[in-house]
Design a protein around this ligand. Structure first.
Ligand code: PRP
Ligand code: ADE
Length: 170
């Protein structure tokens, strides 16, 4: 499956100089979207994950169907201020801005093996912060899975401690 044909590029969005990879065409092609969910579910199984963590907001689009398909628990990593109960927090600088993300303190039991799922890795800032949230709670990162990985923005270095799987690279 060539996912590239379902991903459009929008120059200078959301800020000048960023080539934004738009996954909305992929979402509206059920064969291609289903294929992408299946590939990430296979990754979760291969890595022996006992839990799935998805990133607010686009990461939820893949994390939720993967968790449901595999009958694994799903925990949301949310942007700051959205989780109602005590949470751990990490901040990072992404491709087009600074963000703070959070995970409920009781979302991970020590020793659990977590697959983190997002749509895109660009600088790797969000994914590394998510891995640190899992580790703050005593969990182990089984791996990181994304649909799209952008090369040359430093993600390889930031995520060198973790296995990363992507379905299409640019
Ligand atoms: O590797 P990085 O440079 O950190 O960039 C990747 C992150 O940026 C995007 O999220 P965004 O903050 O745009 O949120 P959204 O999912 O709500 O659109 C994307 O969904 C990743 O989470
Ligand atoms: N270039 C990009 N396209 C889509 N999502 C992104 N998140 C961070 N950088 C991105």
């Amino acid at each position: 499956m060539d996912l590239n044909q379902y991903i459009s590029e929008v120059p200078d969005f959301p800020v000048p100089g960023v080539n934004f990879k738009d996954i909305t065409p992929l979402l509206s092609h059920p064969g291609a979207f289903g294929w992408s969910v299946d590939r990430i579910a296979e990754t979760a199984t291969r890595f022996g994950a006992s839990k799935v963590a998805g990133f607010d907001a686009r990461g939820f689009l893949w994390a939720a169907p993967v968790a449901a398909r595999l009958r694994l628990p799903l925990v949301p990593i949310r942007k700051t201020g959205k989780l109602p109960r005590p949470a751990v927090t990490e901040s990072y600088q992404g491709e087009y801005g600074a963000e703070t993300i959070e995970l409920h303190r009781d979302a991970i039991e020590p020793g659990e093996s977590v697959l983190l799922i997002d749509d895109v890795i660009a600088t790797g800032g969000a994914m590394r912060a998510g891995c640190r949230l899992v580790e703050q709670l005593g969990g182990t990162v089984a791996g990181c899975a994304v649909v799209i990985r952008l090369r040359g923005l430093g993600a390889d270095e930031r995520l060198s401690a973790y296995p990363v799987v992507s379905l299409v690279d640019y």
